[in-house]
Design a protein around this ligand. Structure first.
Ligand code: COA
Length: 374
């Protein structure tokens, strides 16, 4: 058996043609196209096409996909009914996970796992994860979910369903770029979980449910919530230094820092830092950006650790008026595109994913002691 690597660090678990990362050079690309180009020039719909079909779309192909995504946003009333019965203080990621699992029961293609059906499920899930995320916030505050607006693109429609208002061009652009930046990241933990589930030839809803449960954790997507909670707890610029000193002295992990793959700056953080700066300035909340910059400098100075995608996404969403506990579901609103791309890729050339463990238990053969003698 090959050597054990804790946390599967640097282990190549499969081949993939979706996402290329160079952790030493700080490069991230989808299908070979640099994330900086995509963030500046593309749209979430275009990135979905790129991830699912392996190339940039022609105008007609993009229009077709944009329409498909827009007309696949509806969530069955049965799922909203279920959501209305959940505790009002439920963790939104638990609600999202359970609602997506329930979607599988009502999906028109639930009896089939054909390639065509899985593509239809991909469109539906991408639309529905956004609808459910917006509905979580409305239902828990006693409001009805809003019907999607098919005239709006994905990012704008999401903001509309969440807030009841069409976003300003600045807010729409910020959400769209955030969706592009979070869309895929190779074999991150949630994508890997989704591929493991798909690899058993279970169904797409089960695979996405596995992925959502995995994204929830604070070492993964849950970190963006913890970043904002930390900033709120610190509260003021002049308290940053002492807070960080104490946290690092007690060996606390600072959320939003460190990465398994990047040894340089996470290229997504480069964009999110700029977005956070602009949004904090324009909303008059400059102190959150100032505090973030201080934390970043201290982490670099004391630990030589860089900010990751979750650090500045926290203040971006906060400035856009999103409830803090919705930050991770919003990550899922984007990452559903990457999860489904990887599930489709896994199924194209499937082999069960089943690694081995290095056994450290009692030596074999251990004697079976009958119950009466124990
Ligand atoms: N704050 C303080 N120290 C950190 C740190 C952080 N956020 N991230 C890593 N380190 C330190 C560890 O303490 C460890 O130091 P040591 O060798 O002196 O013990 C070293 O860096 C390696 O960290 P480790 O946790 O072993 O790396 P990993 O590859 O297993 O974990 C993360 C990667 C992302 C889970 C980890 O960096 C982390 O917990 N970050 C905070 C959560 C987060 O932001 N997650 C989102 C990731 S996109």
């Amino acid at each position: 058996m090959s050597t054990f690597k804790e946390g599967l660090q640097d282990v190549v678990a499969a081949t993939s043609s979706i996402c290329f990362i160079d952790g030493d050079q700080g490069v991230l690309s989808y299908r070979g196209i640099d994330i900086h180009d995509l963030a500046e020039k593309s749209s979430f719909e275009e990135v979905c096409y790129l991830l699912w079909f392996g190339k940039l779309p022609q105008r007609k192909e993009l229009d077709h996909l944009t329409e498909e995504l827009a007309r696949n946003r509806a969530v069955p009333e049965e799922v909203f009914h279920l959501m209305r019965r959940f505790p009002k203080d439920a963790n939104p990621m638990d609600v999202l996970r359970t609602a997506v699992s329930a979607l599988g029961l009502y999906d028109p293609d639930r009896q089939t796992g054909s390639a065509e059906a899985n593509l239809r499920k991909t469109y539906r899930l991408t639309g529905q994860v956004a609808t459910i995320t917006a509905a979580i916030d409305r239902i828990r505050s006693g409001k009805d979910p809003l019907s999607p607006d098919t005239s709006l693109k994905h990012a704008a429609n999401f903001v509309y369903m969440l807030t009841g208002k069409k976003p300003t061009p600045t807010a729409e652009k910020a959400f769209d770029v955030a969706l592009i930046l979070h869309a895929d990241h190779e074999f991150n933990a949630s994508t890997f979980a989704g591929r493991v589930t798909a690899g058993t030839l279970s169904d797409m809803h089960s695979a996405v449910t596995s992925a959502i449960g995995t994204l929830k954790g604070p070492l993964h997507g849950g970190a963006n919530i913890d970043v904002m909670r930390m900033l709120l707890e610190i509260g003021e610029v002049n308290k940053v230094e002492t807070y960080l000193e104490n946290a690092l002295a007690s060996k606390k992990k600072i959320s939003g820092f460190g990465h398994r793959v990047y040894n340089t700056e996470d290229p997504r953080a480069t964009h999110l830092r700029k977005m956070s700066h602009d949004l904090c300035q324009s909303s008059g909340n400059g102190k959150w950006f100032e505090m973030s910059r201080m934390i970043e400098e201290i982490m670099k100075r004391e630990k030589n650790i860089n900010a990751n995608v979750d650090f500045y996404s926290a203040t971006v969403y906060y400035n856009l008026g999103v409830a803090v506990d919705l930050f991770t579901p919003i990550f899922a609103v984007s990452r559903i595109s990457g999860w489904t791309a990887h599930i489709l890729e896994q199924l194209e050339n499937n082999r069960l994913i089943r690694p081995r463990a290095e056994y450290l238990g009692p030596q074999y053969p251990a004697r079976y002691i009958p119950l009466s003698e124990r």
